[in-house]
Design a protein around this ligand. Structure first.
Ligand SMILES: *Cc1c(COP(=O)(O)O)cnc(C)c1O
Length: 221
């Protein structure tokens, strides 16, 4: 199937249930993004700053760029002028830098806290108590140029469906708790970015509001 057919199928599946599709275009050339853009799609995800910056420069300005990979503090300045959302905030230091660069660009940047839910040690993200510590910190309360719009997580890479389901359930439960405790009055804290090509159905079943789909749209990498 073509990129256009793939996108059409996802939209038919996701639009009626209000789940947003992030088309993950990492490693794919700009022409492929253009092809998706021409079908009307606007939200794209990348995980490497340089790659995103190069693609952004040559593509229409109304594309929403989503950073979904680990972001180094010293690279925030390159994406701060245009980034739509950072899904992968995994430290207070990074959040402070996003706040600082957003101010420089006279913007407020939407951010998700990445939470560690998978079994593997290698995945980035906050553990629950670290996240609570950040949320309670004075430094966090002083940041005016970031807006926390929810949480993001990556499930364990396993064929065991129950295990993946439990990972997503854990994140969804955490989301509700954090919302109750820290964002009760913030209508913007509403996004749960979870689910990729292999596991997005389970993620949606557990309450995902944004799925990040790469290979099922653009083909394997
Ligand atoms: C690559 C990537 C995706 C998309 O993965 P697919 O399996 O190709 O759908 C989603 N989220 C993150 C964080 C990624 O790095």
């Amino acid at each position: 199937m073509s990129i256009s057919d793939n996108l059409k199928a996802f939209k038919m599946e996701l639009d009626p249930i209000w789940v947003k599709l992030i088309a993950v275009s990492k490693t794919k050339p700009a022409e492929k993004i253009r092809e998706a853009y021409d079908t009307g799609h606007r939200a794209f995800g990348e995980n490497i700053v340089q790659e995103m910056v190069e693609k952004q420069a040559g593509l229409p300005a109304d594309i929403e760029w989503h950073m979904i990979g680990h972001l180094q503090t010293n690279k925030v300045k390159y994406i701060a002028p245009f980034i739509h959302m950072v899904h992968s905030v995994d430290s207070l230091k990074l959040l402070k830098e996003i706040d600082k660069q957003a101010l420089k660009n006279k913007r407020v940047i939407d951010c998700l806290f990445q939470v560690h839910i998978a079994d593997e040690d290698t995945k980035f993200g906050f553990y629950f108590d670290e996240l609570v510590e950040v949320l309670r910190s004075e430094e966090f309360s002083l940041m005016k140029n970031i807006r926390i719009t929810g949480l993001m997580g990556i499930a364990t890479n396993t064929d065991n469906q129950n295990h993946v389901r439990e990972d997503f359930y854990e994140l969804a439960t955490l989301f509700k708790g954090i919302k109750q405790s820290f964002f009760r009055k913030s209508p913007h804290f509403k996004e749960l970015s979870m689910g990729m090509t292999q596991d997005y159905k389970l993620a949606i079943e557990q309450g995902s509001t944004m799925v990040r789909i790469g290979s099922a749209i653009f083909g394997g990498r």
